[in-house]
Design a protein around this ligand. Structure first.
Ligand SMILES: [Zn+2]
Length: 581
């Protein structure tokens, strides 16, 4: 998930809650990912706004006991804020939620399109990708994943399949240790830390030397401006709490549509309030720590479950030149208690390398009647098992390729481009180069008129008593979109038709001026390609806990069928209408 570009305060209008409240700017810099969204968002204000904006109207609707209209359209979308989106209160509790749901009745999703892969078939591809091992760019696992995707697209009947290769940069550690007063701290090296230079193309080896790096530790707590005030970090190791800043509730505040029959999402405070693991204070704290001359960091995974295997992404606007580590909340407590007896010093040992390697993005083209093309996208690389992130999305792309390859070409107005990216975890170089070459370039081979991106078909994970607990419900999810009213309407209908409960729609232009969004589709969307990007942010997304059991098997077909609805509608909509002009 990535890039939220520049943005500005947003007024959100609601029918039942006419007061306009202002969401603070999602301060991001340039095209740094949505993590970009992290920045210095005032999440408390967002939550408050969301509480006011989301709960009050819904409570009122519940009391009324009938379907109602929700004027939650943002005022600055390309298609304006005039048309209200509906919040359907029809029915069904597929996964019974605790507490009464008096409005719940059974909703029947439309029949799945004939010829669409079965759940077992989609799941077979998910499992195969997971079994290839971590699909890290530039490693044998990454190579196997690219070969697998090429083979599966070809077997699915896609006539032209090729690779997109540009340099990306892999990071690996070979030795790491943190100790305080002779006691070893259970710490996990932070990926992409300890660059030898503040240069995104830097390659080479890094090492703290045999004895490690010993320095005083300065604890800055949550790392906010006040926490940092007056702290001398020069030559010090900075210790801070990594905070996950944007809960689902805040997303709800800027949504233009919510589909939540039975109110399973709205009756799920734990799910609503849990932050996602990619919008954090990582960049703001580390940027400040570097500016003040810190020589190392230990991040306490305060909002996380019992694991320190948190594999942060690479933020290309922030080269972390100091060695860094993650510790669990409990281990952070232990470390903090050991520090006074150790003269407040710690020793960090970290060794490894960063090397250049070609991306192996896989592209398949299914011709249509014209040069106009609809792009269907996910990414196949991963840092761990990557079952949800993003074997689930890649398997869905394979199913869509197979479905459309079996349709007569005469039924398709446009060509289809199936793309699973590489470099999601190493800097998005392939995403950016693809946009330059296939979307922006004068002599581009296709005319890409729309993008449909699928990521993270996930079961919900919540933290209870510090532990990760899985539920049998879909993780709350969103379609980020740009483009005209027709895009929103297409999504509203697909969500209802496929009964994609616990789903919101967010017009990306509500939170960013240029249509960038916290998903893999961001770079194309920011270049003006009308986009529908499905995504969720389960807490275990970047962890080795993202195993096969986390995939929401029951949703693989409905979500994929929704993409058939979306692609079919995009196919018969003019490029002008898709853009909303
Ligand atoms: Zn993903």
């Amino acid at each position: 998930m990535p890039v939220l570009k520049s943005s500005r305060p947003v007024g959100v209008r609601r029918m039942a809650q006419p007061a306009v409240f202002h969401v603070p700017a999602w301060q991001t810099e340039g095209d740094e990912r949505a993590r970009g969204m992290a920045g210095t968002v005032c999440s408390r204000a967002l939550v408050l706004g969301a509480l006011l904006g989301l709960f009050l109207p819904v409570t009122a609707w519940s009391a009324a006991g009938q379907a109602s209209t929700r004027g939650a359209t943002a005022g600055m979308g390309s298609d304006g804020g005039a048309a209200p989106a509906t919040l359907p209160l029809r029915s069904a509790v597929a996964h019974p939620s605790p507490g009464p749901a008096p409005l719940a009745r059974r909703a029947a999703a439309a029949p799945i399109p004939a010829g669409l892969s079965t759940t077992d078939e989609i799941m077979t591809d998910v499992r195969a990708l997971v079994d290839l091992g971590p699909r890290r760019s530039g490693t044998p696992g990454g190579d196997r994943a690219a070969e697998f995707m090429k083979r599966r697209l070809t077997e699915s009947g896609i006539p032209q399949v090729w690779e997109h290769n540009v340099p990306t940069y892999q990071w690996e550690e070979t030795r790491s240790k943190v100790s305080v007063g002779g006691q070893t701290i259970d710490a996990f090296a932070s990926e992409h830390s300890f660059f030898g230079a503040a240069d995104p193309t830097w390659t080479g080896s890094f090492s703290t030397g045999a004895g490690g790096r010993t320095a005083k530790v300065v604890d800055v707590g949550d790392g906010g401006t006040l926490d940092m005030l007056g702290k001398d970090l020069r030559g010090k190791i900075v210790m801070f709490n990594l905070r996950f800043q944007i809960p689902m509730l805040a997303m709800g505040a800027v949504s233009e549509h919510l589909y939540d029959p039975g109110l399973s999402l709205l009756n799920d405070p734990r799910g609503l309030l849990q932050g996602n693991p990619y919008i954090t204070n990582y960049t703001s704290v580390l940027r400040e720590a570097r500016r003040r001359g810190a020589v190392g960091f230990v991040g306490v995974l305060t909002d996380y479950f019992e694991s320190n295997r948190y594999r942060n992404e690479y933020y290309r606007r922030l080269q972390v030149t100091m060695p860094g580590f993650w510790v669990t909340r409990d281990e952070g407590r232990r470390m903090r208690s050991l520090l006074p007896k150790a003269g407040r010093t710690a020793t960090l040992e970290l060794e490894g390398r960063r090397y250049a390697t070609p991306t192996r993005t896989v592209i398949g083209y299914l011709p249509g009647k014209s040069r106009e093309t609809i792009m269907v996208q996910s990414h196949h690389d991963s840092v761990g098992p990557g079952a949800v992130e993003d074997a689930s999305g890649s398997a869905s792309v394979i199913a869509l390729a197979k479905y459309y390859a079996a349709q007569p070409a005469a039924e398709r107005e446009r060509g289809l481009l199936f793309v699973t990216f590489d470099s999601h975890f190493t800097g998005y170089q392939s995403h950016q180069a693809f946009v330059k070459q296939y979307i922006v370039a004068e002599e581009r081979p296709f005319d890409i008129v729309a993008n449909a991106t699928v990521e993270h078909i996930a079961l919900q994970g919540v933290i209870r008593g510090g532990k990760l607990v899985m539920t049998n419900r879909p993780e709350p999810r969103a379609f980020f979109r740009t483009g005209g009213n027709v895009v929103r309407q297409t999504l509203v209908e697909a969500i209802r038709k496929r009964d994609l409960r616990r789903t919101i729609i967010i017009n990306a232009r509500t939170v960013s001026e240029d249509g960038s969004m916290p998903t893999d589709a961001s770079y194309g969307s920011a270049m003006g390609v009308p986009t529908a990007s499905f995504v969720s942010g389960p807490i275990y997304l970047y962890d080795d806990m993202d195993t096969i059991d986390k995939v929401d098997q029951a949703q693989l077909r409905p979500v994929t069928a929704a993409f058939v609805d979306i692609v079919d509608r995009f196919d018969v909509t003019t490029a002008r209408a898709l853009k909303g002009r």
